[in-house]
Design a protein. Sequence first.
Lengths: 151, 151
Amino acid sequence: MPSKARIAVAIGCTAAVLLANTAFAQFRKNEDAVDYRQSAFTLMSNHMGRLAAMAKGEQPYDAEAAKQSARLIHVVSQLPWEAFVPGSDKDGARLKDDPWAKADEFRKLQERLAGETDKLVEASGDLDALRKQVGATGAACKACHDQFRKI
Amino acid sequence: MPSKARIAVAIGCTAAVLLANTAFAQFRKNEDAVDYRQSAFTLMSNHMGRLAAMAKGEQPYDAEAAKQSARLIHVVSQLPWEAFVPGSDKDGARLKDDPWAKADEFRKLQERLAGETDKLVEASGDLDALRKQVGATGAACKACHDQFRKI
């Protein structure tokens, strides 16, 4: 598949997942919501690690694997937000600030991440571009962690 | 996007993810592998629950949401298998049989699931087809759980 088509595929997936988030409440209990969002973060973190290893030269650059990780990050990073249901601040949650009271800030950080992961898909086909965009994407992750995630 | 194009998008994503699995070892320690595969299963289970709720009439059928869940299941269900790294039978693992000693059986069950989730994407656009295919997909999940997963 030519690279433009691959990117179109990734964007198609993302649009689909974004729509899914508006469907209806999907968690029987708060614990399930915490588990769901942490699962999405675990997959994202693992694939960010794969890209970072290539960016740092700890693993050889594999354009196909990089694109696949970037696409997965882009899709899965749309998932956690609906799982921040009000009241789900316990049951293993690692919140240090209040995403419901600061909904606008929280949403802006989500939008920043979505923008960066979108660029990450495009950048993944070239090692120099990937290096830069892994940094920018990681910074978007960190901005939200710094404010909202308990270490 | 017309439905054929949407299905093509989902298949494109899956092919991409399948390729990613062959790249290189991706887990620093066995605990990370267990966490990764359980995270993928958590997302799959949640979205199977969404589809089952529609199939049973517990939630109204929403063709878009159903397609999106089916596509996500299809993509994410490719992820866990590389995380069954030899030795990762502890650290919260819930194995009752040995997927490494029974690698052929384990692989066949993975292939069965991949076939059913592929059909699930197609079936998700029609409630009657979805009902049937949620059953077939759930049976593929169960076949593997019955043999390999500790309850």
